[in-house]
Design a protein around this ligand. Structure first.
Ligand code: GLC
Length: 519
């Protein structure tokens, strides 16, 4: 078990282990120029919201030049800010403002593919003899003239291969045809990608979240998958041994010895052992995105299994540990997944911020937001993910601090759930997140202590966190009926319903209620 020794302190750990990460999806965060699309000056204008909340690190989704077929995950210039988001000067100002407040910044690095409008691909297509041809993955048609393999692309569920009429060859795209995969087996590609990393490191970023990092290593011989797997998004099946050496060299560029930076790998798999394997011996990614927690239901057994499994999967890893996330820009928000209940959203916050590992919040969950309802025919995203990408309501009155025509509709109850409505209200979801983040910061046990699952009833998940003589006990009632937990005693540090802090715990949890105790 990778429980830290009792003498370990937060100062002995890499900063990211005691950090809470907050994802900013810049298109939907804050709109400074009133064009209805969020932008970097918008993020800059809200850094005090982030500081007041108490997060430690922002992860910002892509803001690079892009034709926006996949809302920025189709990059046409890695080293330019898309004009819709602002300028490099705006970016520099944002880095400075966050750092002034003690908040770190990691940015998205999208290594697996580029936009079909990226100069690399434009050259590769227009001149099959060019040096750039081998920067992408080409294959001749199958004997019947069709795609070279039976692989399925994400979003379209069509082939991952697109015919380039001019050369008669197909190119590979695990996502949209407008997102050709680059060929990391070519050392020139690797060198160019390292230059991209250095460009942003030189501008002061504290690390990267690396998009679909598992997919950068590929089988040099593309071959059919068995028919029963043919409909599965091929990115999920792309886990090749050639990825790890590439990842180790990325880590060397970003986080060499003596430097303390974060490399979060988006490893697309629901297998937590496989996720952990991408951390290598502390020389791979620092930690991964937890694909299980972001898909889990509000279900006591699922969470018990997940915590148990994560503790096991990371038991032999000293340099890394679990990470947890409930919502992000790719999945329905957890409040929506959990049926819309505020009580559940509150208890989920308490759970997320008290388990062992690095938690990641998604903008707007601190307001208890649900997904927006997107009228049929107005969808923007080819992956059906618009609902969770709705704009953040800042003010009570529509258009809630945005220009008159936001790019997506607001989530339900945008006025009463806006930042302005919740700020200063001690019963708000926002106040609960603030209390939880403060409680975490104040407790070595919560920041880096061991986690022991406690035997409980069918309804309640309970665990103990310990670091030295600091101890906390957490109990979460997943049922819509009250649960007695009379054997758990202590002082309430935070209650999910916002009540009881400082008082002795009464031994009973209400429906969907959770509590953080100091024994
Ligand atoms: C990742 C991103 C997602 C994007 C995809 C392709 O999964 O999180 O938003 O569409 O990669 O880049």
């Amino acid at each position: 078990m990778a429980a830290p020794s009792s003498s370990e302190t937060a100062a002995d750990l890499p900063w990211w282990k005691t950090a809470v990460v907050y994802q900013v999806y810049p298109r939907s965060f804050a709109d400074a120029d009133g064009d209805g699309v969020g932008d970097l000056p918008g993020v800059l204008s809200k850094v005090d919201h982030l500081a007041d909340l108490g997060i430690d690190c922002v992860w910002m989704s892509p803001f690079y030049a892009s034709p926006m077929h996949d809302n920025g995950y189709d990059v046409s210039d890695h080293c330019a800010v898309d004009p819709v988001f602002g300028t490099l000067d705006d970016f520099d100002a944002l880095v400075a403002a966050l750092h002034e407040r003690g908040i770190r910044l990691i940015v998205d690095f999208v290594p697996n593919h580029v936009s079909s409008e990226h100069p690399w691909f434009v050259e590769a297509v227009s001149d099959p003899e060019s040096d750039k041809r081998d920067w992408f993955i080409w294959a001749d048609p199958a004997p019947d003239g069709g795609p070279p393999t039976n692989w399925t692309a994400s979003f379209t569920k069509a082939s991952t291969w697109e015919l380039d009429e001019r050369s008669g060859q197909y190119y590979l795209h695990l996502f949209l045809p407008e997102q050709p995969d680059v060929n990391w087996a070519n050392p020139e590609v690797e060198a160019a990608q390292h230059d991209v990393l250095r460009f942003w490191l030189d501008r002061g970023v504290d690390g990267f979240r690396i998009d679909v990092i598992n997919a950068i290593g590929k089988d040099p011989e593309p071959r059919d998958v068995p028919e029963r797997m043919a409909g599965i998004d091929h990115v999920v099946l792309t886990h090749h041994e050639t990825a790890m050496p590439l990842i180790r060299r990325i880590r060397e560029v970003v986080d060499p010895p003596g430097v303390d930076r974060l490399v979060v790998g988006e490893v697309v798999t629901g297998d937590i052992e496989q996720q952990a394997s991408y951390c290598g011996d502390g020389d791979g990614v620092s930690c991964t995105v937890n694909f299980v927690s972001v898909g889990a239901s509000w279900d006591r057994d699922q969470w018990h299994l997940l915590l148990d499994g994560m503790e096991d999967a990371y038991a032999d890893h000293d340099a890394t540990w679990p990470s947890y996330v409930l919502s992000n820009h790719d999945n329905p928000r957890h409040r929506t997944r959990y049926g819309g209940s505020e009580a559940r959203a509150r208890s989920a916050a308490l759970l997320l911020l008290t388990v062992r590992g690095t938690p990641s919040l998604y903008q707007g969950e601190e307001l208890g937001l649900e997904d927006a309802v997107i009228p049929a025919g107005t969808e923007v995203d080819p992956g059906g993910r618009d609902g969770c990408r709705a704009p953040i309501p800042w003010t009570v009155e529509a258009p809630h601090g945005w220009g008159p025509e936001p790019w997506l509709p607001f989530p339900p109850e945008a006025g009463p759930r806006s930042v302005a409505a919740q700020r200063g209200d001690s019963s708000s979801v926002l106040a609960l997140y603030q209390a939880l983040l403060a409680a975490r910061k104040a407790s070595p046990a919560l920041q880096h202590g061991s986690l022991e699952l406690l035997a409980r009833t069918d309804l309640v998940l309970a665990y103990r966190r310990v670091a030295g003589d600091d101890e906390r006990v957490i109990a979460v009632n997943f049922a819509d009926e009250p649960a007695d937990v009379t054997d758990l005693t202590g002082t309430v540090v935070v209650g999910s319903n916002g009540l009881g802090a400082g008082h002795a715990f009464g031994g009973r949890l209400g429906p969907d209620e959770a509590v953080l105790l100091q024994p």
